[in-house]
Design a protein around this ligand. Structure first.
Ligand SMILES: Nc1ncnc2c1ncn2[C@@H]1O[C@H](COP(=O)(O)O)[C@@H](O)[C@H]1OP(=O)(O)O
Ligand SMILES: [Mg+2]
Ligand SMILES: [Mg+2]
Ligand SMILES: [Mg+2]
Length: 392
């Protein structure tokens, strides 16, 4: 079910309704007919931070889309772990850092983010530095409320490097993946800008900008045959539910995870990249559950967004041995799903703990589903892992 988040909570209901309903048809965005609508309040103590996070992620998405549409070879580099990084990853991180610092100037600023500027400070990266600085300035200038942009290269590099915080269980820390699913981004497929806020070790808000995700359900689709209007912004604050709106600014709708309680009807999401998750193991788990539909393989935390609105019922992620999960790969997605009524745990059923620094300390993998399916899913995961280890 979907309901309307108005942000006009101090007004009488009749006035709210009068102000809200015309918004449904703005820019031709209409709600799918199967969704029922009700007006809800979503005021929380993190309203200011949430507004800043939505603005930061939306502007970063604008930068990323511009790069993705006209990607050139020199936009892409390889990091020391062989994973790709692009001018859009750096530009997105700089934009988010600058917008958050401008919008919330009063609080100490701590950002735990994926990228740093070491490689682009090298002499050989002069053109890349110039390109990133221009992208950041043009993106900020495209927003009415930041009309002037006279940032130097050093301003942009320092904004990127403000993401070196270690996070932890004390105080507030922003957590950012400037492009989650860089391989999907390079293929022209799914990716996400994932931003969350930790307060005393707990994720209290999360925003997922998914520029290539269709506004309508992707249930039963594969990444290569997605259709319709794209560009979703998912957001959630603790205790206030999860909402989705289009990245070009339509009204928000409240979303909920699938209510399916029969595992045979459940479809599951997993990584598109076989190098990121063990597809043989997830197949075994799905077989044990009696899942009939083939896996939906898509890149990035767009999977958490799609799950939060019930496009599928399960997300399975089992990285290969030796891979350590980072908090920015799950913090935003986790609150987006849990506020929509879902559950995210490690493979042993423990809640994900984002308070221990830049990495997650996990038992084996990450599994996400609704409350009803979780006990059966945990059982199937346990049996599949035991079978796998006894066959080695
Ligand atoms: N070898 C790896 N195993 C698992 N995940 C990886 C690996 N390399 C990169 N990742 C990260 O996995 C996530 C994408 O997962 P998915 O397969 O679900 O799309 C990204 O956060 C990606 O980082 P990045 O943010 O650099 O793209
Ligand atoms: Mg990366
Ligand atoms: Mg990532
Ligand atoms: Mg990334």
């Amino acid at each position: 079910m979907i309901s309307v988040n108005c942000g006009l909570c101090t007004l009488k209901p009749q006035i709210k309704a009068h102000l809200l309903f015309p918004l449904f048809s703005s820019k031709n965005k209409t709600l799918p007919s199967s969704y029922s609508v009700k007006i809800v309040s979503s005021m929380s103590s993190y309203d200011k931070e949430l507004a800043a996070a939505k603005k930061a992620a939306s502007l970063a998405a604008r930068l990323c889309q511009k790069v993705q549409k006209a990607l050139v070879r020199s936009d892409v580099q390889s990091k020391s772990d062989e994973s790709p990084v692009t001018v859009a990853d750096y530009g997105s991180q700089a934009v988010v850092s600058l917008v958050l610092q401008k919008e919330i100037p009063s609080k100490p600023f701590s950002l735990v983010a994926e990228e740093d500027s070491a490689d682009i400070r090298l002499d050989a990266a002069k053109e890349t530095r110039e390109r990133i600085t221009k992208l950041v300035c043009d993106t900020l200038a495209s927003d009415e409320s930041c009309s002037v942009c006279n940032l130097s290269q050093e301003d942009v590099l320092s904004a990127i490097d403000s993401g070196k915080s270690e996070g932890g269980s004390r105080g507030r820390h922003w957590v950012l993946d400037p492009i989650d699913g860089t391989k999907g981004f390079l293929r022209g497929d799914q990716y996400a800008i994932a931003l969350a806020l930790l307060d005393e070790g707990r994720v209290v808000l999360g925003v997922l900008a998914c520029p290539n995700l269709p506004l309508k359900s992707i249930s039963g689709s594969s990444q290569k045959n997605l259709h319709g209007e794209v560009g979703c912004l998912f957001y959630a604050a603790v205790g206030s539910g999860t909402y989705m709106q289009s990245l070009d600014g339509s009204s928000a709708v409240k979303v909920q995870v699938s209510a399916i309680d029969n595992t045979e009807e459940a479809s599951f999401f997993e990584s598109y990249e076989a190098a990121h998750s063990q597809h043989d193991l997830t197949n075994t788990i799905a077989r044990k559950l009696g899942v009939k539909a083939p896996p939906v393989r898509i890149d990035s935390q767009a999977k958490y967004g799609a799950l939060s609105r019930g496009d599928g019922a399960i997300y399975l992620r089992f990285p290969h041995k030796g891979y350590q999960e980072k908090i920015w790969d799950h913090a935003a997605g986790c609150i987006v799903v849990t506020e929509a009524g879902g559950v995210a745990t490690d493979a042993a059923g423990n809640p994900l703990d984002f308070s221990r620094g830049r990495y997650l300390d996990l038992d084996t993998g990450i599994i996400v589903t609704n409350q009803k399916l979780m006990p059966q899913l945990l059982k199937a995961v346990k049996e599949s892992l035991e079978e796998k280890s006894s066959s080695l």
